[in-house]
Structures are given as structure tokens and as C-alpha cells.
Design a protein around this ligand. Sequence first.
Ligand SMILES: [Zn+2]
Length: 139
Amino acid sequence: MGYQKPVPLKNQDNSPYWDAADRHELSLQRCDSCHEYAHPPGPSCAKCGSTELSWINLGSDVKARIYSYVISYRPFLPGFQEDLPLIIAQAELEEVPEVKITCNVLQCKPEDIEIGMPVQMIWEGILEDRALPQWIAVK
Ligand SMILES: [Zn+2]
């Protein structure tokens, strides 16, 4: 059986983000005009509207803390049945706290997740040339 879940599509706005993920790195969009980070990536800055955006590579050692979370007991997309219950969280980046990344926390029981818990980004190989950012608790 191959990978059963939807594979995120690359487009003009987000392809540097997914290309970085495929290399097991995190890259974030930042506005050249007001210097605010923008995530998820888009065609222009959500704060000031500038279309002058750069990509900042944060590398492979990405740490964050759980800012908020929900626990899903129902699959909302095909392929997630085996993962239930699934923890869907917002991770506040240690390096860039104004950026919160919506994510899954893997290898964690629902009763063990808590606000403020330190997590780190890992990459799950889903296709030969594609990898998906995921998070696990810092051991
Ligand atoms: Zn801006």
C-alpha cells in the first residue's frame, strides 16, 4: 500500500516551504518591508500588503512549544482513520514566537499533551521525493 493521505500540493506561493520540507528543513516567508514573518505563506504580507517577500531558512533543528491543541476522534480527511485519536496543535516556534504552525503531534497520547509542552519538528517521508513536517515531544 502506498501513502493514503492527501499529499500537499506545491504552488507558486508555498513551493519554497515544501521544497525545504523535502530537504528536512523549515523555511519561512518574511516580509522585506515590515520584517514580519508570514505563515502559512501567501502572495503578499498579511500585515502590510507588500509583495516583497523573502524566504528565511531555519534549518533542521526546529523547536517549539504547544500553544493550543484539539484532539480529533473523527477522520476529517481520507487516510487518517489509523491515526485516531489525532492531536492537532498550534506550535509556537522557539526562534520566532510570533509564528504558530498548525500541526500534528505524533507519538503522543491525548492525556500526555499539554499547553507549553516542548516539541521538535521531524520529517515524515511520504513519497520518494516528498516529506511532511511533523512534531514530536522533546525527549
Ligand atoms: Zn509586511
